[in-house]
Structure formats: C-alpha cells, structure tokens
Design a protein around this ligand. Structure first.
Ligand code: ATP
Ligand code: MG
Length: 560
C-alpha cells in the first residue's frame, strides 16, 4: 500500500477535522477515506451541499479520498434522473470523486452472503409478522418491545425461508429478516431492526434480479466497511443508529471497521430542506420543477444564478457543529451578494419602463457613451451605450408629487442619467385614465459624461436605456417560497408565499445583456443580480433575479 504525504488542514477547523488530524498524528490511519452517500430519490439540496463540502473538503485538505456512493437500496423511489442530477450537482459545487463512484447495489451479493452469516451465527431471523404487528410490538420510548413469536426459529428454518424470500417466493411484506438483538433495549434501533424486506420492484441498476432489498441500516455500514471508509460522517439523527452500525460491523467478516461521526444538519429559515417536501412541491405543481429558482436545490440555485463559490463560502461560514440550530437565510444571501459583487459585470436594465422624451435633443441622433463594466476591476473594460431622444427610466424613479426626501426625478428637479447627462422634467403626459404614460424632459449638453462644468450637484443618479437601442426582455423576480420563517414541514402548503414569483414582461435591457449566453449572473445597476434563464429564445430573452442588491425583505415584512 502506498501512503501519500499527509497534509494539514488549512481551512477552518471543527471537531471532525480535529478528530481526523488526531487520527493521522497517532498513525491510526495513514490515509483518510470519506464518502457522500445520497439516496437517488430526489435532487440534492443545500443540506446535502453541507455534507458534500464536509466530506469532499476533508478529503482535499488531508490528501485523502472521498467516494460518491449511491445508497440505492429502495428501488420504488429511485430513478436514473436522480443519479444523473446528483453527479452533475456535486461536480457543479466543485468536487470530484475521480474513479471512486460506487453503488450500494454493487454489494448486494456480499450483503446477502453476510446476512446468511448472521443467520448461521444466530444473530438474525425471519419474521412472519406484518409490518403493523412489528411496529406495534416494537414498544415505545418508555415501554420495552415484545419478542416476535418467530424469534426462536432454527437456523435451518431461517436459512430456508430467507433463501425463498430471495427466490421471490413470497409477496411484498410477507416476511422480513431481522437482527436478533434485544427487544427491551433502551435504544429502539436495537429492538431487532429489519435487515431485509421483500420488494418485487425493478431496480435502476440490478433490474429484477432481486426480490429482497437490504435496509438502510444494514447496507450502509457494510458498504462503508467494504470501501475502507475511515470516517463515516453523517447527520445527528443517526447518532442513535451508531450502536447498530457497530453491532453489525462487530459480527460480520468485514474488511475494515469504519467509525461513524455525527454533525448537525443544516436548517435554514424560510426553507424546508427535506426531499420528501421538495418532492411534493414539484409533484403538486407549487414550483415549476426541481430546478425552479425558488427551490433550495443545487439545481435551483444554479438556475437562479448563484455561483458555486457562494455556496461553498456560505458553508464555510456556518461551520460544523455538534448541536442542531437554524441558520438565518440572510447568511446565504450575504455570501451570494459578496461573491457576485466581486465577479458580476455591470449592465443597465429597466425593469418597469417609463418613457422619457428629451425635447431639446435632436431627433434621429444617436450618440455612444462609455460605460464601465466593473467599478473595482479596470481589466473588465468598458462598453458603449447608446443615448438618444427617446429613453426609458424606471417608473419608480419618478414621482409627480414627491415627498420631501425623494431626490429622484420629479417635475422641475434635476437628476443625472448615469454615464450621460443631467436631465430635468418639464411635463408629465397622461392617458385618459390619468396614468402617466410619458415624461418630457430637457437635457443639459454641457453635462456630458455626468458632470456639470459649473460644479452644480444633483442628488440622484439613475439608470436608463435608449428606447430604440434596447431590447425587450422578461424578468422573473423570485422571493422566498415560504412566508413563514419556520415553515411547517408537515403542513407546508399554508406557509407558501403567494408572491414568490413576480413576472415583469415589459422590461428592457442593454443589447449587451440580451446577447450574452453566459451562465454567470450580471448586475443590473441599482437592481440586483440577474442571470439568463434557459427558457430564453433569441427573440425573447428571460432573466432570473438571483438576488437584490440589498436585503429589503426584512423591511418589507416589517411594513406588512
Ligand atoms: P432528506 O432529509 O432531505 O430526505 P436524506 O438524508 O434522506 O435527505 P440522503 O440522500 O440520504 O438524503 O442524504 C445524503 C447525505 O446528506 C446523508 O449523509 C445526510 O446525512 C446528508 N444530509 C441530508 N440532509 C442534510 C442537511 N440538511 N444537512 C446536512 N447534511 C444533510
Ligand atoms: Mg437518508
């Protein structure tokens, strides 16, 4: 066996990394092997991202390996689509399993052999009780369970029945194989847990070869052992499963003895991180699919324009702890804004356009002005934007009867159009219903570039677009999917935010925006970060708002 040099973690330390460092220092292990073990029964979400970053991150930092292992032991819920999406999402997050791609189903033969070993050694038996009877006889947290009437079957009878289960002789649910541990154990997981159940189902990888499938608890630890996992890292709810994990490893001829460690799962305000809930959101049409930008899935974050670095940065910030807590969604948003502020190119877009006619600007004239692509990064360069007699500004940037502190455009008030000129509003044009349809303004030719030679100041700088030289676009504004900071997982429909998606179909964008095919979010000045959606067509660009520039949500809730 070759041993690679052992690196020391440079990234943030936590109790798991401390344990690993100690195991390397004491030579308990010469090389660390972790795994990320998803069940392919849904798309990955932010909670999984935490586990991925931990397991793959540790492998990177300590020069070890991290396996991607599909825990594909429940064929009724598993699909190839999920297997594919999980691989794509782990890669998108920036992690690589190299050649270490595994499936629990690869071990079905060995797991079966070992189940016979348990039977032969008197550690497992076939139980004919129904699921309901087993549940009923399991007892409660305060009362011990009842032994099954089938618990003392002979080894021969158990072997015979188990082989016939495997041969497909019995109906679903007719029998199970159970570990023979202790029906009075204070730990319910040790009350003769189910190891195999009968399931006549087509498996994405093994087809109809099997009529019995191992339980999660039986398959998981043994798969870890087969793969030589040194540190089997999982979430806290598996803490009570650890005695069973060890009980099985102690009784089977496994090639290695992994150790299980538990950390706190990620919980986020305004968010439900549960595949069960996410599956229902998709199935019941509350969202447009697994990659709907409102979903906390990796695919949803990607489609929303969140960069993978922001997800990694967020996970680094929240750290790894031993007790459960709820993280403020604002922390994720902070990481996204911080990341995009550095990287996103600046452009102008008008989300809710109001037409402006510059009455003293020559008809038919178009001039090109220079705009910078990133204020902190001169290397990002500049671009030309067209100015003409007919412009669009944002409806919200004009008020006919402004309150005292309103410094943007209003009758008689002068403002700066970014990169262009000072303008002043002279007239307000309305339709028969009294709605403002157009503004008449004048510009000061001496203020080209946005500064007055006489040194006079304006209090507002606004974005704008030339009417003829801008492109129509659809813009999708996403808000929290749940309006309750702690949505009820059992009854989430009532907590869904009816305003989670707002579609602006009359927006205008710079041609430079419409022409982009970049998967990276760009900043629409003064509005936020946006990314081109895959629903775009050449005639109809569609942009998703990744996130606004500031955290306005708390304020809006406060107002309501
Ligand atoms: P869910 O709770 O959404 O149904 P799961 O735990 O059933 O998810 P798995 O595919 O079994 O989904 O998860 C793979 C790994 O991801 C497991 O090791 C699990 O502990 C971890 N994981 C799942 N949810 C979270 C979370 N919210 N925070 C951290 N890790 C998580
Ligand atoms: Mg699970």
């Amino acid at each position: 066996m070759t041993t690679e040099p052992v690196a020391t973690a440079e990234a943030g330390r936590d109790f798991i990394r401390d344990i690993i460092q100690a195991d390397l220092d004491s030579k308990k292990h010469s090389r660390i092997v972790t795994r990320f073990p998803p069940e392919p029964n849904g798309y990955l979400h932010l909670g999984h991202a935490k586990s991925i970053a931990l397991n793959f991150g540790i492998a990177q930092e300590f020069s070890g390996r991290c396996h991607l292992r599909f825990d594909d032991t429940n064929p009724t819920k598993e699909e190839q689509e999920y297997i594919d999406s999980i691989q794509a999402d782990v890669r998108w997050l920036g992690y690589d399993w190299g050649s270490d791609l595994f499936y629990a189903s690869d071990y079905f033969d060995r797991l079966y052999e070992w189940a016979e070993t348990l039977i032969r050694d008197g550690h497992a038996y076939v139980d004919d009780q129904s699921q309901a009877e087993i549940r009923h006889n399991r007892g409660t947290l305060t009362e011990p369970g009842q032994n099954s009437p089938f618990r003392d079957r002979s080894v021969e009878e158990n072997l015979d029945l188990f082989r016939r289960m495997k041969a497909g002789e019995f109906q679903n649910g007719a029998r199970v194989l159970r570990a023979k541990i202790d029906m009075a154990s204070g730990n319910i997981n040790l009350r003769d847990p189910v190891l195999y159940r009968i399931l006549h189902a087509h498996h994405p990888r093994t087809g109809t070869t099997w009529s019995i499938y191992p339980s999660y608890d039986y398959a998981h630890g043994q798969s870890d052992a087969i793969e030589g996992i040194t540190h089997s890292i999982c979430t806290l709810e598996f803490e009570d499963h650890r005695p069973l994990y060890e009980w099985l490893l102690d009784r089977l001829p496994v090639p290695s003895k992994p150790h299980q460690y538990e950390f706190a799962r990620l919980n986020l305000t305004y968010t439900l991180l549960s595949k069960r809930v996410l599956t229902m959101l998709v199935r019941d049409g509350h969202v447009a699919g697994w990659d709907d930008p409102r979903m906390p899935t990796i695919a949803g974050l990607k489609r929303r324009g969140v960069p993978p670095e922001a997800v990694r940065e967020f996970i680094k910030r929240i750290g790894v702890a031993k007790s459960n807590s709820v993280v403020d969604l604002g922390m994720l948003e902070f990481s996204i804004r911080e990341c995009l502020n550095h990287t996103a190119l600046r452009r102008m877009a008008v989300l809710k356009p109001l037409k402006v006619v510059i009455t003293n600007y020559p008809e038919g004239q178009v001039e090109e002005l220079e705009a910078i692509n990133h204020p902190d990064d001169p290397a990002a360069g500049t671009r030309r934007i067209a100015f003409s007699r007919e412009l669009y500004i944002e409806q919200d940037d004009f008020m006919e009867n402004p309150p005292k502190k309103f410094f943007r455009l209003s009758p008689g008030n002068e403002v700066r159009l970014r990169y262009a000129y000072f303008i002043k509003c002279t007239d307000v044009v309305k339709n028969a219903a009294g709605e403002i349809t157009e503004l008449r303004c004048t510009y000061d030719p001496a203020t080209k570039g946005g500064n007055a030679p006489d040194g006079r100041k304006v209090k507002a700088t606004m974005h704008w677009l030339s009417a003829a030289q801008s492109v129509p676009a659809e813009i999708r504004i996403y808000n929290q999917l749940f309006q309750n900071p702690a949505p009820d997982a059992a009854n989430f429909a009532g907590d869904i935010n009816p305003q989670s998606l707002e579609i602006l179909s009359d927006a205008r964008v710079e041609p430079a925006i419409a022409e982009t095919n970049s998967p990276d979010a760009i900043q629409f000045e003064r509005q936020g970060y946006f990314v081109r959606d895959r629903d775009s067509t050449p005639d109809h660009p569609v942009f998703n708002r990744t996130i606004g520039l500031r955290d306005t949500f708390a304020k809006e809730v406060g107002k309501g």
